[in-house]
Design a protein around this ligand. Structure first.
Ligand code: G3P
Length: 220
């Protein structure tokens, strides 16, 4: 229990790393949460600071998710963990890993949106969720990215593409015969990401959500 708790807290702290906020402060001395959409995510960094900073934030935020899953796998691959599991009466750790990976993924996703360093604010957890998916089962990560890319190619709207990507995860996990834990990640993570897009959904319905490259003046 202590080990699992430590893993989840580590995943939360990994997700909490305030990449976009730090870059905004460092490059322009601004609080990224006060400009554009108010999100600390890569899209708002792209909008506010430009292409390369946006790409850097995207990459680091994806890596946060990947690392959270890699950490679980690494720790569970260690010998002493196997021994602990045996002592605890678990036949093997294989059945535990998908659940722990799923929980760690959710904690990383939560950390990105509700960062401990930013007074529990943050981004919309799209990039970090993608990282988690690539860590859990990369084909679903790529599939989700594919859905994102198709919607984006047609609409040029990042938020809409993210929402459609989020909706597709659970289905992709199911169709590709992944463990129940991963399907549940798709549902819980998907709902979380969609809820984080509330202001975007409102703008989408009003027809005021900007396409990429268009301006968004008011912080939401
Ligand atoms: O990655 C978040 C994206 O889906 C929307 O970001 O800044 O346009 O609200 P933003």
């Amino acid at each position: 229990i202590i080990l699992n708790g430590a893993l989840l807290i580590s995943a939360y702290f990994l997700g909490s790393i305030p990449t976009g906020y730090a870059l905004g402060k460092w490059m322009l001395g601004i609080d990224i949460r006060e400009v554009g959409s108010g999100s600390t995510g890569a899209t708002n960094v792209l909008r506010t600071l430009g292409k390369w900073p946006g790409l850097a934030v995207l990459l680091v935020d994806v890596l946060k998710g990947v690392s959270a899953i890699a950490l679980v796998r690494y720790i569970y691959a260690l010998n002493f963990t196997q021994q602990l599991a045996t002592t605890a009466g678990l036949e093997n750790t294989e059945t535990v890993i998908p659940w722990m990976a799923t929980l760690a993924g959710l904690f990383a996703v939560l950390g990105h949106s509700k960062s401990i360093w930013l007074g529990f604010t943050g981004g919309k957890s799209v990039a970090t969720s993608l990282g988690v998916l690539l860590g859990l089962y990369w084909p679903v990560g790529l599939g989700t990215l594919g859905v994102f890319a198709i919607v984006f190619a047609v609409s040029r709207i990042v938020s809409l593409s993210s929402i459609m990507g989020a909706i597709s995860v659970a289905g992709l996990m199911f169709v590709l015969h992944q463990p129940l834990a991963y399907i549940l990640f798709g549902i819980a993570g998907g709902v979380f990401v969609i809820v984080r897009h509330r202001s975007n959904i409102q703008r989408l319905l009003n027809g005021t959500e900007p396409k990429i490259g268009q301006k968004l003046e008011t912080a939401a």
